[in-house]
Structure formats: C-alpha cells, structure tokens
Design a protein around this ligand. Structure first.
Ligand SMILES: Cc1ncc(COP(=O)(O)O)c(C=O)c1O
Length: 396
C-alpha cells in the first residue's frame, strides 16, 4: 500500500508521514501495523470534537438515507443546509449574518475577497506578514512569504502586507482598501497571539476608512482557542468570517458568513456571479451541525480552555530552563513550542511520534512545533500527552 501511495498519489512533500491509517476514534489514530497514536494536531484542526463521534456518524447515516447531492448550491431548499446556516448565524459574531457554503478554507477566502471587492467597488487588500489563508491563487496572493509566492507569480497584484500586531502600521490602511484579511491568532506563523488592543484597533481603523474586516477563523474556529470563535476573545465583530476545517465535523465543508447587506451583492449584477456545485453538501452540513451541538453538549469549549491552560502552564513550568526551548505560547488548545534551532524541532517531533503522539511543525517557522489537540481530551489523556512531551524533551 505504501508503494502504491508513493506511486499513484501526487506527492506534495519529500518526506510524507505515510502512516497507514486503519481507523480513527476519539483522540486516537490506529495504524495498520497495530500502533496507536494520539492525534495531537486533530488532523490539522479538523477533529476538534475527536474522530468519529457517534452523534456525527448517526447524523451522516440519517442524511444518507434521505439524499446526497441534488443540485448546485443555492437553488433547492435542503433542510441540512438551512438548519446549519440558521444555527451558525445565531452563533457567529456577525451582525445580521447570512452564510455562503463552499467546500474548503481556501474557497471561503476566495469568496470573501470577491465579495469585498464587489461590495466596496475597491480593488486593494491588506493582509499580514506571516499569514496563511490557503493555496489557491487568491488565497496565495494574501500570503506574504516570498518562498511560497515566487514559483507562482504573477499573483493578484493589489495586496499590501503589514506587520502583524503593529498598531502604528494600521494607520496606513486608507480608503482605497476593500478589505483587511487577518487570522485572529496566526497559525502557520507559529501560533502568534496578538496583544490586547490589536484587533479592536483594526476594527476602528476599518470603520474609519470603510474597509471590510475579514476574519479567517478556518483554524481558530469551533472552540480551538477556548471560545467558539477566536474574535470573541477581543469582542471584535468582523464584517465577514471564513470557516472550514472543523466546520464539517470531519467532512469537507467551508463557509463565509457576512453581513446581509454585503452578501446580497452576490445575487446581483450579474446574478450567479459566485456559485459552486458541491458547496454545502448535505452530508457535510448534517455532520457539521451534529458536531457543533456536541461541542456545546459536551462542554468542549470550556474543556479546550481548561486543557489549554494546563498544557501552557505545565509546559512553561517544565521547559522554561530547557536549553533547546525558546518560548511556549498559545491560546486555549492552540499552542506552540518554539525551539532554538531546526534540528531540535525535528528531533522533538520524531521523538513524540516514536512514543505515539503526532505533532507537527509549521509552514513558515521551521523552529516552531504547533499543537492543536482534540478539545475532548480528559484529564488523564492530558497527563499522558504531557508525559510523552516531557520524555521527548529529555532526549534532546
Ligand atoms: C488559517 C487558515 N486559513 C485557510 C486555510 C486553507 O484551508 P483549506 O486547506 O481547507 O483550503 C488554512 C489551512 O490550513 C488555514 O490554516
């Protein structure tokens, strides 16, 4: 199977992890060779409530019995979509919001960028250094990293990049800007949490110049940082919010939610200017709604905050004098260990994997290990994970 994987699937990395997955349940991945791994990255922010929750499986089976795809997005009334959209609008920090369902995070970003341009009639965008928003052309254009941009240039021209968490730089946003795209906590940049006033200052500046604020909550959404959405930590209400990853409860789904007045632009001049075949697939919507209810019923947002505090405080205590470690930082169950060098980072990741815990490094910071454990971890599982991490550190 490994040979066929390497032969028939387009490879995106010279060294794929290549674990042969047999099944996944709760916080664990089980491989064909009989090993069990703690999925300490939740499939990169997807399995927030754990893998294969029974309520999600049941919702999928129920929807399966009714119908699969029946029509392109936006034409038929599909109960699974409507119920999920209504619930998301009740919960999202968006005034009078409506949902556009798509299939992935990058697609949500593309849709939000197009909507902002059409609504404001402006062409320019601002994004932040270190940001990551996906790999399609528009989303890639919003990434500052020359390393990833260069091979694909020319990209969309009118992006300007500002330093993240720099209040002074915000004054340079002017009335030529359609939208400012930001991650409330930058993930691929190494889990960078902004200082207290940054996002509210950004909100004020956007209000002053009439630019839209687009929050990329693809990674930070659904309890990851200890609130349902990370923007809530700073009481900031964006104009548009992009979602994916955990949104579909383990099935592919993306969405952008925006103020009604803004989103209405997608039905006019011309109508059908932004459509998708599979966006809001009924199976994904049924699974996503079930996962969202599990998040509340099993108090996983509170657990995310509590577990995150434990991880952060224990790791800070344990590692502050470790010669290989520079910093431990994060918010809720989204945190990072920054190492002194790349060698220690890779060694740590390998040690963890050998001991049965999957953790990974980030795209933009090769000395940072990023953790996004399932929010459903109980006290014992937290202790077990910490024990593996301490052991992996000792061996550095
Ligand atoms: C913050 C953020 N935005 C957007 C994306 C792109 O999402 P997708 O891979 O579903 O296109 C990612 C993916 O990792 C992400 O972390």
């Amino acid at each position: 199977m490994l040979n066929d994987f390497l032969t028939y699937l387009c490879q995106t990395s010279p060294e794929p992890l290549a674990l042969e997955i047999e099944r996944a349940e709760g916080i664990y991945l089980y491989t064909k060779d009989g090993r069990r791994y703690v999925d300490f990255i939740s499939g990169i922010g997807v399995a927030n409530i754990g893998h294969g929750h029974p309520a999600v499986r049941a919702a999928i089976v129920q929807q399966l019995a009714k119908h699969l795809h029946v029509m392109v997005y936006g034409e038929y009334v599909q109960e699974a979509q409507v119920k999920f959209a209504k619930r998301l609008c009740e919960l999202a920090p968006i005034d009078d919001g409506v949902v556009f369902f798509c299939n992935s995070g990058a697609e949500a970003i593309e849709g939000a960028l197009k909507t902002a341009r059409k609504f404001t009639g402006r062409t320019k965008y601002v994004a932040f250094e270190g940001g990551y928003h996906g790999d399609t052309f528009g989303a890639l254009s919003a990434m500052s990293s020359a390393y990833y941009r260069k091979p694909f240039e020319p990209l969309l021209g009118e992006f300007e990049f500002f330093p993240f968490d720099d209040l002074n730089a915000l004054q340079r946003i002017d009335d030529s800007v359609a939208a400012v795209l930001f991650e409330p906590v930058q993930g691929e940049a190494g889990v960078r949490v902004p200082s207290q006033n940054f996002l509210s200052a950004l909100r004020e500046r956007c209000n002053a110049v009439g630019a839209l604020m687009i929050a990329d909550e693809v990674m930070t959404g659904f309890g990851r940082t200890g609130k349902l959405f990370a923007c809530e930590h700073w009481n900031v209400r964006p104009d548009i919010m992009c979602l994916a990853k955990a949104l579909g409860g383990g099935l592919p789904l993306g969405a952008f939610i925006g103020r009604r007045e803004i989103m209405q632009t997608l039905s006019q001049n011309p109508p059908l200017a932004h459509v998708t075949t599979f966006g809001g697939h009924p199976l994904s919507c049924a699974a996503g709604l079930a996962a969202l209810e599990v998040l509340f019923e099993e108090k996983m947002i509170e657990r995310s905050a509590r577990n995150g505090e434990q991880f952060l405080s224990r790791l800070r205590q344990e590692l502050h004098e470790h010669k290989a470690v520079k910093e431990v930082r994060g918010l809720g169950s989204f945190f990072a260990i920054e190492f002194q060098n790349e060698h220690a980072t890779q060694q740590f990741v390998q040690n963890c994997r050998a001991a049965g815990l999957i953790i990974g490094w980030t795209l933009h910071r090769t000395t940072v290990v990023r953790a996004a454990p399932p929010l459903c971890m109980n006290g014992e599982e937290v202790q077990d994970a910490l024990a593996i991490i301490y052991e992996a550190m000792k061996a550095l």
